[in-house]
Design a protein around this ligand. Sequence first.
Ligand code: AGP
Length: 611
Amino acid sequence: MCGIFGYVGKGQKDVESTIIVGLERLEYRGYDSAGIAIIDDNGNFIIVKRKGRISDLKKALENYNIPPSKIGIGHTRWATHGKVSDENAHPHLDSNNKIAVVHNGIIENYLELKQELIDKGHVFTSETDTEVIAHMIEEYQKYENDYIKSVLYTVKRLKGTFALAILNREYPDMLIGVRKDSPLIIGIGNGEMFLASDIPAILPHTKRIIILDNEEIAILKSDKYQIMDFDGNLKNKQIKEIEWDAQMAEKGPYPHFMLKEIYEQPEVIERNIDKYIRDGEFLLLKDHNLRKLLLNKNRIVIQAAGTSLHAGIVGRYLIEHFAKIPVDTDYSSEFSHRIVDDKTLVMAISQSGETMDTLEGLRLAKKLGLEVLSIVNVVDSSIARESDYVIYINAGPEIGVASTKAYTAQITILLFLALELGYLKGFVDKKTIDYYISEIRKLPYVISSVLYKDTQIQYIAQKFHKHNHFMFLGRGINYPTALEGALKLKEISYIHATGYAAGEMKHGPLALIDENWPVVVINPKTSVYEKTFSNAHEVYTRGGKIISVVSERDEKMKEISQEIIEIPEVDEFLTPIVSIIPLQLLAYHIANLRGCDVDKPRNIAKVITVP
Ligand code: AGP
């Protein structure tokens, strides 16, 4: 986590505001503190850093008159080592205030390196792991008198994960970027270069990027760049054109990215239909090797985190139903405890493609000699690049910390995959494929009609937003909908919310229920409708306040519900894509009414790049 940004130009841009705007676009990665370092045209550092949001940094900057400058770096922090404070905010400096470093990641051996540097007389001013980097470069420079070599020696001694942007007052035209495991992207402009943790920060300036690979260093000057490995060998890297446009990463008329992204869902599904369905066929498995791989496996393990895991659990129901392959799902952070053999396909699902737990799961599978198929949003992200096969979900940039459009896009892809695989294996006939394609094509309209219920959902939020506990219940393919509905609510509103398999209530959690518990029951018309109804009735009998998500004209559920949100009736296997929409909106409005920062909930960040 943490976002880093760097800029070097020729004076054509205001460095301070360029960095601040870049950081604002990375703020979803962490918002405990923020800071910038700029070298002015006289070779002096201007360092400003503050605990709190980028808005606090901006306020602090109002008291500074920053002289003309051409180069600078910035950071937005999600604290790992050292409490949230001005001192621990990045950038961090060496003893002589000559070198400034911003860092995303964790230096695992920093205590031992710090001691070594203290013994050599270095004085530290923060509790962070990052500060050792500036001091170590300084230390090597004393003996080497070669700045780049000093950086190379330093990074080779660091254990852990790191993306760095480094400035040195003795080299006021040079910006250095380093990558090991944490993402770092170079933007190539016209007489200017950018460094950033993620594409949206670079989008307003250029669409030409280079993605640094692990153990690479970029030496950037305003109109040239060099990339080398940690041994100093020069590397030839390909420049890529980004497909996303700058507008995709803007809030537009919406008050929050989350709301914008909820409303983008019909468009994202349409995009995936256009891309992956043609002439009555699904196109995901056109690659002969991927097809062969899938047809040869007799088990799939899906490993993912958070919302992506919930999509994976929906995928489990879909793949088992249509393709008849047993599927296990696991938190990536627990995946290392599972048994996998060469008949198992490991699947990684990730919006960002940078989640460290999922990346580690992928690497473990590769180490065991297994091939990995990933379902990813961010093109060329680490998970995408390290997988043997990737299917992109084409959701566009997702900035709100709460994942919404990526979730429905992931399920859409898993549905396509399950149907295509089922067809290839002979379990699904052409007529069934035709039926599902025609039902899938209706999805964008169906979702739009659910979005139309926003005002009703806002009213429900108004009625329930003061409750401090919620329960979400679902069964079968909507069990993961309950998990996801609860996750959405808890992460942005700080309300204690639990998602349960409806049938499990009677085995314990029912004891919690009294008239103070709102219970959201997801029960559209499916094969488990009656069973879910009975479970809901058990809650109703104990006084629980039921808010139900049901298919249109459901009189039975209406009788036991305080509030009812109707969704159009769709095929059972499409229901998770539709039934989550009202729950995303409910969480959004409740969080808003409670005064929470919807796009940037406390304590967490969008991309979790620490294990
Ligand atoms: C979802 O709303 C989350 N903020 C979080 O659980 C997220 O889904 C998880 O961290 C996985 O991220 P990824 O999809 O980018 O790998």
